[in-house]
Structure formats: C-alpha cells, structure tokens
Design a protein around this ligand. Structure first.
Ligand code: PLP
Length: 449
C-alpha cells in the first residue's frame, strides 16, 4: 500500500517503513562480494558444509561435541515426531505439554543436580523471560559487559536497573555492588563461557562477592554445557559451585545440537517462573522432534565422555597452534578462539580468503568488538580431525602473511586488549552507496578498498 503524498510531493504521514527503505548497507555490502553473513549452507557432511557448491571445513559452529548430525540423535528425533506429531500447536501452559517435555525437564534436573527445570523454546527466551519476570522495579541486575544480547534484552525488558561491570573484573563488580542500596534485590548475571572472547567467568570470586553483598547469582551456561564440568554440566560444576549459584540457564543449540533452552533452580522459583513467564506461557512448546533429539544427545553426552576429551585435545592443539604462529587469541580458555586480525578491512578480507580456501568462519567487527580489534571467530568440535585442524592452522598462517596481518597496528602495539562491548549488532554502515567498500582503520578513519 502506498501512503498518501501531499501536493508538494512530500509524504502526508510519517512512515514507519522509512527506516527500512533508508537501509541499503547490507545490499551494498553484498554487491562487493565480501559479505560474510547469512551464508547459504546447502548441505552438511560431518565437519564440512557445502556453500555455493563448494565444500568447506566448518569452524564457525557451536556444535562442540559433533552431536547435531549423529545418526542416533536424528533417529530419536524422527521417532519423537512419529509418536507425538510434527508440532505441539500450543504452549506448555495450555495444550502443548507432552510427556517428553516433562521427561527432559526431569532428566536435566538430575544431570545438573538442581531441584527443578523449566524448558523454553529458545535459549534467547530463557534469558529474556527469566530476567524480565524475576526482576522488577527497585531491583538491580548486575551484568558483565560481555554478556550475551539475550541477557541485555532481558535486563531491558525487566523494570530493574541494569548495572554493568567491566568484563570479568571482580574489582569493578565489588565496587558496583558496594554502591547499591541494601533494600534493593540484586542478581548478578554472567556467561559461564563468553561467546566471543572464549573467556571463562571468574565464578569463585563472583559468588564470594555475591555472598558479601547479598546478591543472587545467575549463570548462562550456553557455551559451557557439554564442554566444562566433570560430566559436561558446565562452568558451575567445573568450579564445584552448585550450591553457591542460584540459577543456571542452558541452551540446546550448541553441544546438544538442536534448539531450545532451560532454566534450572530451586523448586519454588521454577514454579513461579512456570506460571508467570510470558515468553513461555504465550509461545508454542518445543517440537517433539527437537525434544526427542535433545534427550538422545543428553544421553550420549554422558555416555561418551571421550567426545569431551577429544574436544579438549583439539582445543589445546588450536590454542597452542595459533599462539605459536604468532596470532593473538586473547585470554580464551575454551573451544571459542577469537583470532585478532586488526582492522575491519583485515576481518572481511581474511574471512573471504578463508572461504576461498575452503574454511567457514565468521568475522566480528565494530561495534561487536572495539575499533581496530576485529576478530575472526573460530570454534572447534570433538569431531574435527587432525588433518582438518592442521589445514586450518596452515591456511591461517598463509593468509595472515599474504594480508600483512602481523604488521597491523593491533600486532605492533596499537591495541593490547581484546575486550569488547557487545551492545550493538554488526555494523553494515562501512559500505558506501557507490558499492565500493568503505571500512574503518584502527583509528576509526574511513578508507576505501
Ligand atoms: C551466551 C549465550 N546465551 C544465550 C544464547 C541464546 O541461545 P539460543 O541460540 O539457543 O537461543 C546464546 C546464543 O548464541 C549465547 O551465546
């Protein structure tokens, strides 16, 4: 529908679509041939994906244990569809509560040694729904600056005040807590493993501070489930802090190879959330295919600890491999390995060169990370073979040399930190209207390439 235009040719009404018609950057970026997002995956064979008819080694997924394509998981998913149907056509609260949902909640509670668990249709909804339901006006959510977007949005949806602290910095956390009034409810929220830097939260010091200042603790185990802990329970179990951490959330979209998520904690809190979280009550429950697959993946994750052992062998190899080649990979302690490449120009060229060489990665540029500290985010799986990993290291070395990455100011001393602020999306504005690529240098100045 065209909105009415006045005689002088100007629009009569303000159009909410104006923002969309003004948004041309993504299209312009695509025209340059270096657009690294929304890549179409035509097929998956183990660790390889097919894009544009070409086979690539996948080092950009979160399928840490390689369970997403395990035939037993696929079979369980198919069996659940046969038994319960393709979808639940309603929310858990009303007509969509199947026995497999209840079973998965019970099994997760036993696995995590928690009183109760509640499922959500996505991991994003877990954070959005739980934080906005649990915290209200007069409360404080004390949030690591690198927390995932779903946590940030959960804070914004709640009426509580968000109090950010410097990433993994216990000194700032304590300072923030010390300034909050005693009468305000306080919840400290952190990622167990940070999705961009790969850092592990300093949970022992966080729970110590929480105890001193009367705060509850909430840990997002999205990237830690299946990866850390004696049986893959996550960061909380890794540090042996099950009693000290009040609530844990997890996703099924990473190690468990599917989609959806959960919140786990005391019975009375989960019961309250079950009856009040709008993100759960007013959305359709997880499809049987998803729940069937997740149940099987959870079983395999526990029955096959060798997957986690192999994952850590691969991770160690890649940490050491990248460092010995001279790459800066920050303070990662996990399968998420950010490769500092410096300017945005480098990030896009690097990712494209990797793609051309048969490696699938994604770059992260400003404002996902600081100016001049663009990264190529890589992450590893238990199923990657030695020869695949050797090829990745050798290709990174070759491309870094060809692109002069080590001469970039990020390596020569201009940037010595990889801390990022993750409040924005990806910045498409670096491409100008002519279709040529305009990117920022490390100083923030625009240049054409
Ligand atoms: C730390 C963290 N929390 C939550 C989520 C959201 O999970 P999901 O993709 O399952 O909705 C993600 C996803 O990337 C994440 O990295």
């Amino acid at each position: 529908m065209d909105l009415e235009i006045k005689k002088d040719g100007t629009p009569k009404y303000k159009d909410v679509f104006q923002r969309a018609s003004d948004f041309t950057h993504a299209r312009e970026a695509k025209a340059t041939g270096m657009f690294p997002y929304f890549r179409e995956i035509q097929g998956v064979h183990g660790n390889k994906v097919i894009c544009k008819g070409k086979e690539l080694i996948m080092i950009g997924s979160n399928n840490y244990l390689g369970l997403a394509h395990d035939p037993r998981v696929i079979e369980a998913s198919q069996a659940a569809t046969k038994k319960y149907g393709a979808g639940c056509t309603g929310s858990r609260f009303l007509n969509g509560n199947m026995s497999i949902h209840e079973q998965l909640e019970r099994e997760l509670a036993v696995f995590l040694k928690r009183d109760a668990v509640m499922l959500h249709s996505t991991g994003f909804f877990v954070n959005l729904g739980t934080l906005s339901t649990l915290c209200d006006a007069g409360d404080y959510i004390i949030c690591d600056r690198e927390n995932h977007a779903s946590i940030i949005d959960g804070c914004q949806f709640s009426r509580a005040k968000t109090v950010p602290f410097a990433h993994n910095c216990i000194k700032t956390l304590r300072r923030r807590l010390s300034h909050l009034p005693e009468e305000g409810g306080k919840l400290i929220v952190v990622d167990g493993v940070y999705s961009m830097s790969g850092d592990i939260a300093n949970l022992p010091s966080i729970v110590q501070a929480a105890r001193e200042f009367g705060a509850r603790v909430y840990v997002d185990e999205a990237h830690a489930l299946g990866v850390l802990g004696p049986n893959g329970e996550g960061t909380v179990a890794h540090f042996g802090l099950n009693k000290e951490v009040d609530l844990v959330m997890g996703t099924f979209s990473k190690s468990l190879g599917s989609m959806g998520g959960f919140i786990a904690g005391p019975e009375y809190v989960i019961d309250f959330l079950k009856h009040t979280t709008r993100c759960m009550m007013f959305t359709a429950s997880l499809a049987p295919a998803v729940v069937g697959g997740v149940l099987k993946a959870l079983e395999l994750m526990q029955a096959e600890p060798e997957r986690r052992e192999q994952l850590w062998k691969n991770v160690k190899k890649m940490h050491e491999g990248f460092r010995s080649l001279g790459f800066k990979i920050g303070s990662t302690q996990s399968p998420v390995i950010p490769i500092l490449v410096g300017s945005e120009v480098n990030a896009f060229r690097f990712s494209q060169a990797l793609f051309d060489a048969g490696i699938f990665t994604t770059p992260a540029v400003y404002p996902a990370v600081k100016f001049g500290q663009a990264i190529v985010r890589t992450s590893y799986m238990a199923t990657h073979t030695d020869s695949e990993l050797n090829y990745v290291l050798e290709t990174f070395r070759r491309i870094a040399k060809e692109l002069g990455i080590f001469e970039d100011v990020a390596y020569t001393g201009g940037a010595n930190s990889m801390r990022s602020t993750r409040y924005g999306g990806y910045d498409f504005k670096m491409f100008n209207a002519a279709g040529s690529v305009e990117v920022r240098t490390d100083t923030g100045a625009a240049v054409q390439i």
